[in-house]
Design a binder for this molecule. Structure first.
Ligand SMILES: *[C@@H]1O[C@H](CO)[C@@H](O)[C@H](O)[C@H]1NC(C)=O
Ligand SMILES: *[C@@H]1O[C@H](CO)[C@@H](O)[C@H](O)[C@H]1NC(C)=O
Ligand SMILES: *[C@@H]1O[C@H](CO)[C@@H](O)[C@H](O)[C@H]1NC(C)=O
Ligand SMILES: *[C@@H]1O[C@H](CO)[C@@H](O)[C@H](O)[C@H]1NC(C)=O
Ligand SMILES: *[C@@H]1O[C@H](CO)[C@@H](O)[C@H](O)[C@H]1NC(C)=O
Ligand SMILES: *[C@@H]1O[C@H](CO)[C@@H](O)[C@H](O)[C@H]1NC(C)=O
Ligand SMILES: *[C@@H]1O[C@H](CO)[C@@H](O)[C@H](O)[C@H]1NC(C)=O
Length: 436
């Protein structure tokens, strides 16, 4: 019985003479500029009278166990408080409650904070062990891109993770908000945005932050997914009907990253697929019936290539006097110097029929690979058979029985002044018409 009473007394005295400080939480991660609550309570021997109370933060080079006091963050004697903290701390000042609030935290506040109390007793000094560790997250958030393959570019199918984080720590104040090209991604609320198989559609600028807080929004980070050309299609200028004599431009459009380096144009006429061009635009200055056909382009970049769908070009015939047509063609030869027009004029029995052979040259400046036609000079022979509609012209021509022109050889080293002869032929033909 006596033993039990003794034990109780010992226990009681242990409570009454104990020293303790309890902190909560042990670590804090706060945004720069925010306010932080340090929760704390303490016990001291009841027979003592409280003396001074203080919070201190050891300097980074000092021991972080409470044995070095460093900077005085709060002191019950206000004058003792360090200037850096003077107007930023709010101490609770209740019995056995040592909580305090620190406003406008900055990077310089990073460190471990301890509470220390003294009493009127000679040995009445106590520092709560452990302390509270404060880390300050410096805004803004940063989007960091992590990928499986450490080096090189990101390609379609790669596994990619975007992380929304800060320099030191990331406060647990979610949910997070993610933006792609400034538009909110409503289902992304984690600090990480994962792409198991990244697609070309994921290419774009990403930013992140905390929901309902514009302040935390990051600068944009480009998710640079590389992909072969997509959506290759042909745009036609002018749109609508195309008539003989019009100019026509076909543009090969696509979406690719990196940009398309090689374009190739093909024309399908009957079963023949021929190579016609190698730049983004394929232009025909003066459209004729022979340009009628189907066209497609191939867009190629470092990653791969894609064909466009086939475009059908239908050239509408224009009814006009035949000689005017020849005059136009001849003028064209004069001005551009690239088109050589040859005329074959035949009169068979009492029907008028023109056989026109027009030779155009198209100079292609690109250097083709081994698989492509190696010639840099493409020659195209346009044939045009026309029936004359004007009866008077028909009559004029009846006297001419036969006319024959020698076609110049079609090899590329043929002298250019041949066009001069062609024009002479055209003029003599026209004069024949007018003389009658
Ligand atoms: C704290 O505030 C007082 C009055 O508001 C001011 O006089 C004093 O200069 C301030 N101290 C610091 C360190 O900013
Ligand atoms: C201590 O003071 C703070 C701030 O006034 C308060 O939130 C907290 O509940 C108090 N703690 C105790 C144990 O009373
Ligand atoms: C917060 O502290 C920074 C320096 O760390 C200062 O420039 C800023 O004016 C302070 N903001 C407020 C609201 O006191
Ligand atoms: C991404 O941002 C850069 C720089 O602000 C801009 O040039 C680019 O067009 C943006 N890309 C997209 C897909 O919005
Ligand atoms: C964000 O962009 C601004 C202006 O473009 C620049 O001054 C700032 O340094 C950038 N911030 C980060 C964290 O990259
Ligand atoms: C296909 O067209 C090209 C160019 O127009 C020509 O050189 C070639 O002989 C043609 N092939 C056939 C089988 O018609
Ligand atoms: C694409 O163009 C580049 C540079 O002009 C050339 O080296 C490459 O061989 C071309 N590729 C093909 C398939 O034509």
């Amino acid at each position: 019985m006596l033993y039990i009473i003794l034990l109780m007394q010992l226990h009681l005295s242990a409570v009454m003479y104990t020293w303790s400080v309890s902190y909560s939480p042990e670590t804090i991660c706060a945004f720069e500029g925010s306010s932080v609550d340090f929760s704390c309570s303490f016990e001291y021997p009841y027979s003592h009278t409280l003396g001074t109370l203080k919070w201190f933060k050891p300097e980074t080079y000092q021991k972080q166990d409470g044995s070095h006091e460093g900077i005085v963050v709060y002191h019950s004697n206000a004058k003792e408080t360090n200037k850096l903290y003077q107007n930023r701390t709010v101490y609770t000042n209740q019995d056995k409650n040592c909580s305090f609030k620190l406003h406008n935290v900055s990077k310089t506040d990073i460190g471990r904070y301890f509470f220390r109390l003294t009493t009127n007793s000679r040995y009445g000094k106590f520092t709560g062990p452990g302390g509270i560790n404060l880390n300050v997250a410096v805004l803004p958030f940063r989007v960091t891109v992590h990928r499986e393959k450490a080096n090189g570019h990101i390609h379609e199918g790669d596994s990619v993770t975007l992380t929304c984080g800060l320099e030191n720590c990331t406060p647990k104040q979610g949910p997070f908000a993610w933006f792609k090209n400034k538009l909110l991604l409503p289902h992304a609320t984690e600090s990480e945005l994962k792409f198991s198989f990244v697609s070309h559609e994921d290419f774009g600028n990403y930013s992140c932050g905390l929901k309902n807080s514009n302040r935390t929004l990051t600068n944009e980070t480009l998710l640079d997914v590389r992909y072969s050309p997509k959506n290759v299609e042909i745009t036609v200028f002018p749109s609508g009907e195309i008539q003989e004599g019009d100019s026509l431009t076909l543009i090969c459009k696509s979406n690719a990253n990196p940009a398309v380096t090689n374009y190739t144009w093909f024309k399908i006429s009957r079963t023949n697929v021929s190579y016609v061009g190698c730049s983004r635009e394929y232009s025909i200055r003066v459209v004729s019936q022979t340009d009628d056909g189907q066209y497609f382009c191939i867009a190629e970049n470092d990653i791969g290539y894609q064909n466009s769908t086939v475009l059908t070009v239908t050239v509408l015939k224009v009814e006009e006097p035949g000689h005017q047509h020849f005059l136009l063609a001849a003028t064209g030869a004069l001005f551009f110097g690239i088109a050589v027009t040859l005329v074959i004029f035949c009169l068979v029995k009492r029907r008028t029929q023109f056989a026109t052979k027009r030779l155009t040259e198209q100079v292609c400046v690109c250097i083709s690979s081994d698989q492509r036609p190696t010639a840099t000079l493409t020659e195209e022979v346009y044939e045009n058979l026309r029936k004359m509609s004007k009866p008077e012209f028909e009559e004029n021509l009846t006297n001419l029985t036969y006319a024959e022109l020698m076609l110049p050889p079609t090899n590329t080293d043929r002298p250019r002044h041949n066009s001069q002869e062609d024009r002479l032929v055209i003029y003599s033909l026209v004069r024949n018409n007018e003389d009658h």
